[in-house]
Ligand binder design. Structure first.
Ligand code: NAD
Length: 307
C-alpha cells in the first residue's frame, strides 16, 4: 500500500493561521511581535529564503525589518548591529541568515544574539534549555518535524526513532526533541556501521543528511513514518535517472529547468513506508511557519506572557 503523504504545506498554513490569531490577541494589549532579519551580501539562495521569511512575517501581521550589510562587513560591525537589535524593544526576534562570509567570525556573531531573541534557537543557552527540558527557543526545522508528527497523530512516546545526521541545526536538536518526548532515539552519521540495518529498526526515521535520494527501500521497516529533511538540487542526468526514472512530471521540470529538487529519501520508499513527507512540500514549509511561531513565543516570553 502506498504511504500516507504528510502535507507540510497544509500544516504550515494551519500554523500560520494560529500565529496570526495570536498576533491579533497580542495587539489588544499593545504588543506587536517584531522580527529583524540580517542578510549579509547577495547570495541568491539566501535572498530567496529571506524574502520568504519577510513575506510570511507580513502575512501573519508581525512587524519586520531587514538589515542588508555588504559582504565586506566586518565581524565588529556585525556585532554592533546585533547589540543595537538586542537593545531595541520592538525587536523580539533576531535572525542572522547563514552562511556568513568566510572572513566573519560566525560563532562570535551568533553568540552575541540575546538568547531571549534567538528565534533560530542556535545560541548555546537555548541549546542548553532544550537538553535540560526548560522552556526556550527551539530551532525551527526540528520544531517543524515535531509539529508534523503531532499534527498528523503519529505517536512518539515509546517508539524507536532513528535520526540520520548529527548537525547542530537539524540532527542533534531533532534527536533531543524526540528523546524529550520519550522516543528511544538512535543518532546515525557518516561513520555509522550497517546504516540500513540500524535504520530498519525505526518506527520513525528522520533523514537530515544532504545526499539526494540516499535513503532507499532497504533502510525502511514496512509501515514506518519517514520524515525527509533533506533539500538537494539534482542537475546531473545520471543522478536524475537514479532517483526519478519514469516520473513524467519530474522529467518535464528537469527538461525545462535543468534541475529538480529531491530530499534525502528515494521516492521508492513511499511504497514501503506507512507515512512520508514529500520534497518539496514537506518539512520545508514548516521551517518558516515555526520561525513565525518562535517570534511570537519570544515576544510573549520576554513580557512574561508565555505559559
Ligand atoms: P550537515 O551537512 O550539517 O549535516 C549532515 C549530517 O549527515 C552529518 O551529521 C553527517 O555525519 C551525516 N552524513 C553525511 N553523509 C552521510 C552518510 N553517507 N551516511 C550517514 N550520515 C551521513 O547538514 P544539515 O545542515 O544538517 O542539513 C541536512 C539536510 O537538510 C540538507 O539537505 C539541508 O539542505 C536540509 N535542510 C533542510 C531544511 C528545511 O527547512 N527543510 C533546513 C535545514 C537543512
Amino acid at each position: 500500500m502506498a504511504a500516507r503523504i504528510l502535507d507540510g504545506t497544509k500544516l504550515a498554513s494551519e500554523i500560520r493561521t494560529e500565529v496570526a490569531a495570536q498576533v491579533k490577541t497580542l495587539a489588544l494589549s499593545g504588543v506587536r511581535p517584531g522580527l529583524a532579519v540580517v542578510l549579509v551580501g547577495h547570495s541568491p539562495a539566501s535572498e530567496v529564503y529571506v524574502r520568504g521569511k519577510v513575506k510570511s512575517s507580513q502575512e501573519v501581521g508581525l512587524y519586520s525589518e531587514q538589515h542588508t550589510p555588504a559582504d565586506t562587513v566586518t565581524t565588529e560591525e556585525l556585532l554592533e548591529l546585533i547589540a543595537d537589535l538586542n537593545r531595541r524593544d520592538e525587536v523580539d526576534g533576531i535572525l542572522v541568515q547563514l552562511p556568513l562570509p568566510e572572513h566573519v567570525d560566525a560563532k562570535r556573531v551568533l553568540l552575541a544574539v540575546d538568547p531571549a531573541k534567538d528565534v533560530d534557537g542556535f545560541h548555546p543557552v537555548n541549546v542548553g534549555y532544550l537538553s535540560t527540558q526548560r522552556p526556550g527557543l527551539v530551532p525551527c526545522t526540528p520544531a517543524g518535524v515535531m509539529e508534523i508528527l503531532r499534527r498528523s497523530g503519529i505517536p512518539v512516546a515509546g517508539q524507536e526513532a532513528v535520526v540520520i545526521g548529527r548537525s547542530d541545526i537539524v540532527g542533534k536538536p531533532v534527536a533531543m526533541l524526540l528523546l524529550n518526548q520519550n522516543a528511544t532515539v538512535t543518532v546515525c552519521h557518516s561513520k555509522t556501521r550497517d546504516l540500513p540495518e540500524v535504520c530498519r529498526r525505526a518506527d520513525i526515521l528522520v533523514a537530515a543528511i544532504g545526499r539526494a535520494g540516499m535513503v532507499t527501500r532497504e533502510f525502511v521497516k514496512p509501515g514506518a513514518t519517514v520524515i525527509d529533511v533533506g533539500i538537494n538540487k539534482i542537475t546531473d542526468r545520471k543522478e536524475f535517472d537514479r532517483v526519478f526514472a519514469g516520473n513524467k512530471k519530474r522529467e518535464e521540470t528537469f527538461a525545462a529547468k535543468g534541475s529538480t529538487l529531491v530530499g534525502d529519501v528515494h521516492p521508492e520508499v513511499a511504497e514501503v513506508a506507512g507515512a512520508i513527507t514529500p520534497v518539496p512540500g514537506g518539512v520545508g514549509p514548516l521551517t518558516i511557519a515555526m520561525l513565525m511561531s518562535n517570534t511570537v513565543k519570544a515576544a510573549m516570553m520576554r513580557r512574561g506572557l508565555y505559559r
